[in-house]
Write a protein that binds this ligand. Structure first.
Ligand SMILES: Cc1cc2nc3c(=O)[nH]c(=O)nc-3n(C[C@H](O)[C@H](O)[C@H](O)COP(=O)(O)OP(=O)(O)OC[C@H]3O[C@@H](n4cnc5c(N)ncnc54)[C@H](O)[C@@H]3O)c2cc1C
Ligand SMILES: *[C@@H]1O[C@H](CO)[C@@H](O)[C@H](O)[C@H]1NC(C)=O
Ligand SMILES: *[C@@H]1O[C@H](CO)[C@@H](O)[C@H](O)[C@H]1NC(C)=O
Ligand SMILES: *[C@@H]1O[C@H](CO)[C@@H](O)[C@H](O)[C@H]1NC(C)=O
Length: 533
């Protein structure tokens, strides 16, 4: 199933290649810039004495951007707007990166220009949507150009209300607030400040995924600026290879300048968290497992079960959501029977719920995310929790540390939806479900604690994966949106899918602009950092 789908695309890609090269071999970057109205004579005068260093390259590229689009579109160090920009990242690791300049395009043509200027000068770049990727360089770049999409924040509804066209600079909160007034929503993030761009390109798990699938499986089309600056609309009916690749392939194919998302009818819902003490852990894991196994029985239900440690206390949070405005519905009976120390469940709007989640995820701390996937198994879920509490003892004294292990179920209905619209490249199959999606996440304050905290995460992951292999519960898939810089995401989609993704990337980007000139985050070949922490 997985192979035949990939092979179909391999054939499709090979066919397209034979017909016409997307970018001609003699493609002339300078001429492409001239076509976009950029004064290239000025750029050559700007160049001055060039020693071929990256700083020279970026000085030229940033000056050219400022000359072409005005100083309002470009931030450089020593301007107050530069610092206020870097503070918009979620993690301190990303906020600490200093780009040569920050470029804020407001139109797709300006995105084309920055890609071409990067090619011309060889100044590298990074792209930022909501800035919630945790590790340094994911959506930021030391000494290069950070392309901040925040001004591309349009939200428009098609006349039949079926498609919401969303600019990549939006955060989910803005999207939900805009659509709520018409009792509509889209399949997107669960925390207010997360960006539309990163979440949707890596997969995207929503409160409503048990009904509709992941965010990437509910995109009707993508508008993409490719490596040659040409804008492509990728959908099931045009550039369908690129459409497939973008449904989980991340930042490897181009810069998405518009996401056309299928809307869903959505009014008020029910949701919130139930705080549980250690005595409740076995019952919570049982409820988690049973709900995961029974997820097809009521597709409006969703759950997130986290175990955490704070103030010398182990606790759990069972975050439960229901797509209809109905409290305590029977599918949650087992969870609701567990005594809670605190309960915030209530009938509320989607945006209200995403705001509540936002409050527990503040900006400005050091952060790390790690992930693995396993077959859903009750005893194994308990094992992961135990390994987590055992290993964090070694780092518990780190100031402001909040360590957590979050368990979700990739439900069988979610997996079934991955096959819609021609499938996606994640390499997951409904017959393998349901799955546990493990997400280790920690925040802390001191840089001196980085190494031991990252090592602890690595150890927890190694131990759980080794045990899963022993028990026959291991699954290769690594979820991009939760992966650490040490994890090899795209290869985990399977060799055939990785090959096809590489062919598609090569077709639209033959010289590898999005692999080399945009070096950050999960490239097609493997992990961002190849050594262990
Ligand atoms: C508090 C918190 C809550 C989360 N909740 C969820 C959740 O509910 N569901 C879920 O699935 N995940 C969730 N995540 C994970 C989240 O999906 C990832 O962190 C994701 O990368 C965030 O997207 P962003 O746009 O904010 O990040 P960014 O850091 O801006 O981008 C991430 C990557 O995507 C690339 N990118 C972004 N936009 C574009 C674009 N338009 N074109 C090309 N490349 C682009 C960037 O270059 C970067 O490499 C959560 C993360 C956090 C920290
Ligand atoms: C691109 O075209 C310009 C003329 O517009 C020419 O001067 C330049 O040499 C060409 N560049 C390459 C790499 O062929
Ligand atoms: C739902 O259950 C909780 C916990 O058992 C209870 O406090 C609450 O009153 C119930 N709400 C409704 C509407 O039944
Ligand atoms: C969500 O709605 C509840 C009930 O109306 C309200 O008390 C709460 O303040 C709201 N939360 C946010 C973050 O808006």
């Amino acid at each position: 199933m997985r192979i035949s789908r990939a092979m179909r695309f391999a054939v499709l890609v090979a066919g397209t290649l034979a017909e016409s090269a997307f970018e001609p071999v003699d493609f002339n970057v300078t001429n492409a810039l001239v076509d976009l109205g950029v004064n290239v004579d000025f750029i050559s005068k700007l160049s001055g004495p060039v020693e071929g260093s990256s700083r020279d390259a970026c000085r030229i590229a940033c000056n050219a951007l400022e000359y072409t689009f005005g100083s309002d579109s470009v931030d450089t160090p020593r301007r107050p707007s530069y610092d206020s920009f870097t503070n918009t990242y979620w993690s301190l690791q990303q906020a600490s990166v200093d780009p040569y300049c920050i470029f804020k395009p407001s139109k797709r043509e300006q995105v084309s220009v920055v890609v071409l200027l990067s090619r011309l000068t060889q100044c590298p770049f990074a792209v930022k949507s909501g800035g919630h990727a945790a590790f340094a360089g994911a959506s930021s770049i030391e000494g290069g150009i950070t392309v901040a999409l925040e001004r591309m924040n349009e939200i428009t509804l098609s006349s039949d209300n079926k498609i919401a066209s969303i600019g990549p600079g939006n955060r989910w909160q803005d999207v939900y607030t805009r659509l709520e007034s018409q009792d509509l929503a889209v399949v997107g993030g669960r925390v207010a400040a997360i960006g539309v761009g990163g979440l949707t390109l890596g997969g995207g798990i929503s409160f409503f995924s048990n009904q509709y699938g992941w965010a990437c499986d509910n995109v009707a089309s993508y508008e993409v600026v490719t490596a040659s600056g040409i804008v492509v609309t990728a959908s099931l009916s045009s550039s369908s290879d690129l459409y497939w690749a973008l449904r989980g392939g991340g930042n490897n194919f181009g810069i998405v300048t518009r996401f056309d998302l299928q809307t869903i009818p959505q009014g008020k819902m029910w949701g919130g968290g139930r705080l549980l003490n250690e005595a409740a852990f076995p019952a919570a894991i049982k409820a988690f497992y049973n709900l995961g196994m029974n997820s097809a029985q009521d597709k409006d239900a969703a759950q997130i079960l986290s175990f955490a440690y704070a103030q010398n206390t182990k606790f759990a949070s069972a975050d439960l959501q229901y797509a209809k405005p109905v409290a305590n519905t029977s599918i949650f009976a087992e969870y609701m029977a567990i005594p809670a120390m605190k309960d915030t469940t209530q009938i509320r709007s989607l945006s209200n719920l995403t705001m509540q989640f936002d409050a527990s995820n503040p900006n400005g701390l050091r952060e790390t995310y790690w992930t693995a996937t396993f077959k859903l198994d009750e005893a194994f879920a308990a094992f992961t929790k135990d390994v987590f509490f055992e290993e964090i003892a070694a780092i518990a004294d780190a100031p402001s540390l909040v360590p957590a292990v979050t368990l979700q179920v990739i439900t069988t209905p979610q997996l079934e939806k991955m096959a819609q619209n021609g499938g996606n490249p994640l390499g997951l199959d409904a017959k393998d479900g349901p799955l546990i999606l493990l997400n280790l996440n920690m925040m802390w304050s001191l840089i001196d604690d980085d190494t031991r905290i990252l090592e602890t995460n690595s150890k927890i992951l190694d131990r759980t994966v080794a045990e899963a292999e022993k028990r026959g519960l291991a699954v290769d898939y690594i979820y991009m949106n939760y992966a650490s810089q040490y994890q090899s995401v795209v290869p985990s989609y399977g060799e055939a899918n990785q090959d096809t993704l590489e062919q598609i990337a090569h077709h639209y980007d033959p010289i590898g602009v999005f692999q080399k000139l945009q070096p950050g985050y999960f490239k097609l070949g493997g992990a961002p950092v190849s050594s262990a922490p």
